[in-house]
Design a protein around this ligand. Structure first.
Ligand code: FAD
Ligand code: NAG
Ligand code: NAG
Length: 549
């Protein structure tokens, strides 16, 4: 014991010396003392010295590239957005524990990043905290598949594409129902829900987890048995970074056929897109559960020499079965689309993952191991849930608005099937029975765009236009499509009343239970961000304890 302390003190002094030499040269006093205090504390709280190579100060020439590595929304990398004072890249679970303990002890705010796909950059920037450290879990990315047990343990820093690849490497007839985009990080993705092309058959990623390992606000590592069912409920759908740091999930694998079928059929406005999309709405939630057909809507140049713009609607689909069975289902349920055998491609499940994610035909599945995003850009997005099909007049108005924007994108994702069989309170993700489809609206722009505000404004006006056609009281929104327009916590003294406004949209009636869990496991609000779940204010806790006991 004594010798351990001595060794770690010795190492710590060496570490501190190296560290001081790194930061010397003029960073602001508060930043460098924060860095020192943090590194010092981590080493005091670790059995083994923490390698200096896990820290990136703002002065380090690699700081920007590490910060940018997985950041998906370039809108949050512009110079005016505050950057972390320090990036910490833990190599072990114990490092994560120490980081939580030390941030808490030193009163330093901590942001946690897994895959960096947060729509509002909340994993790597903060609009409300002046000084913060970013902990990037990219080194914690092991995926251990146990086919015999139908399960896998997957670490938070792995991407969902790596998980799919590792499963497929062991079996052609196992899969996992989560996101369509393969660079999503396990840590943030599953805790918000995680929908994808098998959701109508098997539900969400979060519906298919059996266990988790999490570091709580006291720096303890808890598995499902140790954290209890309330917290385990909250981290499945309750959104990232409110309850602790997820280290790993144990997921349940699902059966997939050795042959699946994919297709994409595109129709422009001139080819009758409006009537077809209207029809799609009427049947899509009632289709065979093996069939997922989403619609991707974007502008294109009109065919022919006449010029001008039109919109295209692409029916992008995965069917869990052969082309012949798909054709007979389509003949019965959606003949209007006119699907033919020529449109269908039979393939393996893992190749269907690449197809749906947008990789060119023939890309080897190994590309998934790179964990890279296919595209990064500046964007603003919002989401809605539709419970009654839109009228054709409503759709026409929507088209008109899409044609006014430079680079809009809309994705309609079908619900029904397993999604409507799971109760709204089963896990924290609530959008289930009666949802026909989910809409995502985006505007995308590129570097050097003169007027980003114009695009932000366009998305907001489109969202206003859609109000009559979508879910109401509350107007439901997907927490993994984080939208700060819905309101934000202003500072550490979060307001329960204010947070209920966006809380009801993301979580419906589950919001109250999320607040109760938060109050129990993190009453001091250590894990927080612009839209984190608030603990109950002290004044209300006594009443709540009485009424709930
Ligand atoms: C291009 C693109 C495609 C997408 N496609 C889909 C899709 O098909 N299906 C779908 O459901 N969603 C999709 N999403 C949304 C995606 O699920 C969310 O953005 C999700 O939060 C990303 O997780 P992440 O780990 O990559 O993000 P991060 O930015 O790292 O984290 C997101 C949030 O979770 C917190 N967090 C991160 N790691 C942890 C952890 N280990 N423990 C606790 N909190 C943590 C962060 O602090 C942050 O608040 C897509 C997003 C993008 C940008
Ligand atoms: C930057 O930080 C990394 C990781 O700590 C370290 O390996 C590297 O030497 C540093 N580079 C410079 C120029 O300080
Ligand atoms: C935090 O926000 C609340 C509500 O907006 C406000 O009353 C309070 O003064 C703020 N506190 C600090 C420290 O800024």
């Amino acid at each position: 014991m004594a010798s351990t302390t001595f060794t770690s003190l010795l190492c710590f002094c060496m570490v501190l010396e190296i560290f001081l030499s790194l930061v010397s040269g003029g960073s602001s006093a508060s930043i460098s003392s924060l860095q020192n205090d943090f590194v010092q504390c981590l080493n005091l709280n670790s059995d083994l010295p923490i390698p200096m190579s896990t820290f990136y100060t703002q002065k380090n020439s690699s700081f920007d590239s590490v910060l940018q590595s997985s950041a998906q929304n370039l809108r949050y990398l512009v110079t005016s957005v505050p950057k972390p004072a320090l990036i910490f890249t833990p190599q072990t679970e114990a490092h994560v524990q120490s980081a939580v303990i030390c941030s808490k002890q030193l009163g330093i705010h901590l942001r946690v990043r897994s895959g960096g796909h947060d729509y509002e950059g909340l994993s790597y920037v903060s609009m409300t905290e002046t000084l913060f450290i970013m902990m990037d879990l990219a080194n914690l990315r092991s995926v251990t598949v146990d086919i015999g047990d139908n399960s896998a343990w997957i670490q938070a820093g792995a991407t969902i594409g790596e998980v799919y690849y590792r499963i497929a490497q062991k079996s052609k007839v196992h899969g996992f129902p989560a996101g369509l985009c393969t660079s999503l990080g396990i840590g943030g993705h599953i805790t918000g829900g995680a929908y994808g092309s098998m959701m109508r058959k098997y539900g969400l990623g979060a519906d298919n987890v059996m266990d988790a390992r999490i570091v709580d606000a006291n720096g303890r590592i808890l598995d499902r048995a140790a954290m209890g069912e309330d917290l385990f409920w909250a981290i499945r759908g309750g959104g990232g970074a409110s309850f602790g740091v997820i280290l790993a999930w144990k997921i349940k694998l699902v059966p997939v056929p050795s042959i699946v079928t994919v297709f994409t059929i595109t129709k422009s406005l001139e080819q009758g897109a409006t009537k077809l999309v209207h029809r799609w709405q009427e049947i899509v939630d009632k289709l065979d559960e093996d069939l997922f057909i989403r619609v991707i809507i974007q502008p294109a140049n009109k065919a022919g020499s006449s010029g001008g713009r039109t919109l295209t609607t692409s029916y992008n689909s995965l069917f869990l079965g052969t082309a012949d069975r798909l054709l007979s289902i389509m003949e019965e349920s959606f003949p209007e689309l006119g699907l033919t055998k020529n449109d269908c491609m039979e393939t393996s499940w893992i190749k269907s993952v690449l197809y749906i994610a947008g990789y060119p035909n023939g890309t080897p599945p190994e590309v998934l191991l790179q964990g890279k995003s296919l595209f990064k850009n500046y964007f603003k997005a919002k989401s809605d849930f539709v419970r009654e099909p839109m009228t054709e007049t409503g759709i026409d108005g929507l088209w008109k608005r899409l044609l006014e924007e430079d680079n809009p994108l809309m994705i309609w994702t079908p619900y029904g099937g397993m999604m409507s069989k799971i109760s709204e309170s089963q896990i924290a993700f609530p959008h289930r029975k009666g949802v026909v489809f989910m809409i995502q609206y985006l505007s995308i722009w590129s570097d050097g765009d003169k007027n980003p505000a114009k695009h932000m404004d366009w998305v907001r006006r489109l969202y206003n236009y859609m109000a009559p056609y979508v879910s109401k009281f509350p107007r439901e929104t997907y927490v993994n499509y984080r939208d700060l327009d819905l309101g934000t916590n202003k500072n550490t003294s979060t307001s329960f009343i204010q947070a209920s406004v966006w809380g009801a949209k993301y979580f419906k009636d589950n919001f109250d239970r999320l607040v109760q869990v938060k109050t129990k496991v993190d009453p001091d609000n250590f894990f927080r961000h612009e839209q984190s779940i608030p603990p109950l204010p002290l004044s209300l806790r006594a009443t709540w304890t009485q009424s709930s006991s």
